[in-house]
Ligand binder design. Sequence first.
Ligand code: ADP
Ligand code: MG
Length: 484
Amino acid sequence: MKSLLIQGYEVVIGFETHAQLSTQSKIFSRAPTAFGAEPNTQACPVDLALPGTLPVMNIGAVERAIQLGLALGSHIAERSVFARKNYFYPDLPKGYQISQFEIPVVQGGEVSFFLGDEKKTVRLVRAHLEEDAGKSLHEDSALGGGGMSGIDLNRAGTPLLEIVTEPDMRSSAEAVAYAKELHKIVTWIGICDGNMQEGSFRCDANVSVRKPGEPLGTRREIKNLNSFKFMQQAIDFEVRWQIEQIEDGKAIEQATVLFNPDTGETRAMRTKEDAADYRYFPDPDLPPLVIGRDWVERVQSEMPELPRVMAQRFQTQYGLSEYDATQLTQSVALANYFEAATKACHQPKLVSNWLGGEVSRRLNQDEASIDACPVSPAQLGLLVSRIADNTLSNNAAKQVLDVLWTDGGEVDAIIEAKGLKQMNDTGALEKIVLDVIAANPKNVDEFKAGNAKALNALVGQIMKASGGKANPAQVNELLKAKLN
Ligand code: ADP
Ligand code: MG
């Protein structure tokens, strides 16, 4: 393996990701999980930790954990245990968080992805179910501000799956690629909406550095990274900071740090507790979680085709390169769009090129995703078939796409209305070619003298004379035949 050294140091990164599970109700209560409600309108007595209330396991959350385990090739524990993680904080009314400690529901597994053209595999330690805490509101808001802080317990009890990796990553770029792949998988199988702004997918990056061959260095944990851009910036800053400390002869102290996007710096929030500080013990209010083989098998039979399996199929079924197949399976929506458009024209490679090129460029401009593409897969397929059968030049096809994009309509009608039909009549074209040769003796002489560029000038003249409708490949062919 290539090792990436920064000033002679190797970077070591392990991730803990909190994926909010897309259930309607909370993990141990019936309160809704919808985002953005008025503070404290979605917290029921269980979430408020009122005396006498008891947690009841949400089956939907367990099912989503099973789905993730199956997607990542993990072991699904037949029996896992909920534990209390004890700490005091204003947004945690029970005084403990219900989590899983010694026996998590999902064990092992891995995430594979490409970093450039290098294939990487990050091993997972575990994924465990737990509840989210509430939120302290310090800034001006419905509850905070004016020197006061408020507590919003809407988020308390929201189901989370915490996905923990081995310290397998060796650069910020690899860490970001891992996070993107995991994000793709959880949204693909539909267990998490992946909305990072709303906190549905938050990553903690554990970062340390060491000289190659040395044991692992002391790590600092950057909390709650909620954008891929910040993730990269935060890790890069943290690595530079740690190296600087060590070079200055200072020791790294294990700590939890926060990234400030305004300064681009990480800053220690608190020295980190060890597991022992949390006095974990099995939660006596919840029986062990028992998952029978039949449940796992049913979930397995309902799993969608996973991205890497689909990418493999795209290569064999459509003859696409691994690169194209991987690009097309970045989201379910894109993959479905590709298949639908290809069905309409049987030109997978051309569809792939147009999706990756002209379509994605326009989507980027509109800041829209493929779900919001104004052109239907059927129309894109038809457009591609008009390129394939030589009705349209590439340029004319772009003009048709422009019209489809802004005004909608039907491909053949647009070609007709705008007179974009490519000239495929050899007789008419031949006449133009001969006229242009006759009118441009200078270019002809230059070409015959060995100046290849002179040919381009002639092609340009012919294209112009045909109103842009000549088939450029045909023009080249005819021109060369006449000149030789
Ligand atoms: P805790 O539960 O206290 O946060 P864990 O041992 O479970 O600690 O590790 C949490 C994360 O930190 C894991 O993703 C692990 O891979 C990563 N990690 C552990 N040691 C290191 C290290 N020296 N450098 C970087 N990451 C590390
Ligand atoms: Mg941790």
